[in-house]
Design a protein around this ligand. Structure first.
Ligand code: NAP
Length: 236
C-alpha cells in the first residue's frame, strides 16, 4: 500500500475549507486542518474524525503571520514526513457593494491583500521546497468568478477582486516556475456557496469544495496554471 499524501488546508475550521478537509480525508489523504485559532483547528479536526472521516489533525496557521506559516510547515513536514498538497483556502471578503474603487478604505484593502494574496503566497513559498524534495505537489488557490477580468462589469468589492485576480496571476507564475518538477498549481472558483461569507447563497459546500478537491488530487498528467469552475476551465 502506498503512503498517503499529506494535505494542508488553510482556513479549515469552517465553510468551504472544512468541507475540503472532509472530502480529502474521505479520499484517504492525511489532512492537516489548519486555522488561525489552534483550539478551533483541533476541535474541527476532532469533529471530522468523530464523523469517521479518516485521518485529520488540527494545527495553528495564521496566513497573515509569516512566523506562524514558517513554523506550521516545518512542524507538519517533521511530524508527517512531507507536504504533498496545499489548499490555499483561507480568505476574507470585507468590502462589498458599498465600497467603491474611487474611495478606497486602505485598511480593508491591506487586510484583504495580506490574507487573500500574501497569505496564499507565504504558504506556497513555504510548501514548495518540501514538494520539490519529493518531486510531487498539488497547490490549489481558492479564487472566485469575481476575479475574472473577462466577466467583471461591476465596481463592487474592489479589494476582494484585486486580491483574487492577483492570486490568479500568482497561480500562473508559480505554475511556470515549477513546471516539470511534479508540482501542479491551479486556481479554482468554488461558485457562490452557502457559508458565513455568503449566507444568502444556496449552493451547498459539498459542491463548492468539489473542484478544489479534484485539483488537489490530480494525476501527474493533470493541468497546471489553470483557472477552473465545476472541473472545467473558467475565463481569466
Ligand atoms: P468563510 O466561511 O468566511 O471562511 C473563511 C475561512 O478563512 C475561515 O476558516 C477563516 O478563519 C479563514 N481565515 C481568514 N483569515 C485567516 C487568516 N489570517 N489565517 C488563517 N485563516 C484565516 O469563507 P468560505 O466561503 O468558506 O470561503 C473559502 C474560500 O473560498 C475563500 O478564499 C473565499 O474567498 C473563496 N470563495 C468563497 C465563495 C463563497 O460564495 N462562499 C465564492 C468564491 C470564492 P476564522 O474562522 O478564524 O475567521
Amino acid at each position: 500500500m502506498s503512503t498517503p499524501r499529506v494535505a494542508v488546508v488553510t482556513g479549515g475550521n469552517r465553510g468551504i475549507g472544512r468541507e475540503i478537509c472532509r472530502q480529502l480525508a474521505d479520499l484517504g489523504l492525511h489532512v492537516v486542518l489548519t486555522a488561525r485559532d489552534e483550539a478551533r483547528a483541533k476541535e474541527a479536526a476532532r469533529e471530522l474524525v468523530a464523523e469517521g472521516r479518516g485521518f485529520v489533525v488540527g494545527a495553528r496557521l495564521d496566513v497573515r503571520d509569516a512566523e506562524s506559516v514558517r513554523a506550521a510547515f516545518a512542524s507538519i513536514a517533521r511530524s508527517h514526513g512531507s507536504v504533498d498538497v496545499l489548499v490555499n483556502n483561507a480568505g476574507v471578503a470585507i468590502d462589498g457593494s458599498g465600497h467603491r474603487p474611487s474611495a478606497p478604505d486602505f485598511s480593508r484593502v491591506e487586510k484583504t491583500l495580506d490574507t487573500n494574496l500574501y497569505g496564499a503566497w507565504r504558504c506556497a513559498a513555504a510548501a514548495v521546497p518540501f514538494m520539490l524534495d519529493r518531486g510531487y505537489g498539488r497547490i490549489v488557490n481558492l479564487s472566485t468568478t469575481m476575479a475574472s477580468l473577462e466577466l467583471t462589469t461591476t465596481s463592487e468589492s474592489p479589494a476582494y477582486r484585486v486580491s483574487k485576480v492577483s492570486l490568479n496571476m500568482l497561480t500562473r507564475v508559480l505554475a511556470a516556475e515549477v513546471e516539470g518538477t511534479g508540482i501542479l498549481v491551479n486556481a479554482v472558483s468554488p461558485g457562490y456557496t452557502r457559508t458565513d461569507m455568503s449566507p444568502k447563497a444556496t449552493r451547498p459546500v459539498a459542491a463548492g469544495a468539489d473542484t478544489a478537491v479534484w485539483l488537489a488530487t490530480l494525476p501527474a498528467d493533470g493541468p497546471t496554471g489553470g483557472f477552473f469552475y465545476e472541473r472545467a476551465p473558467l475565463a481569466w
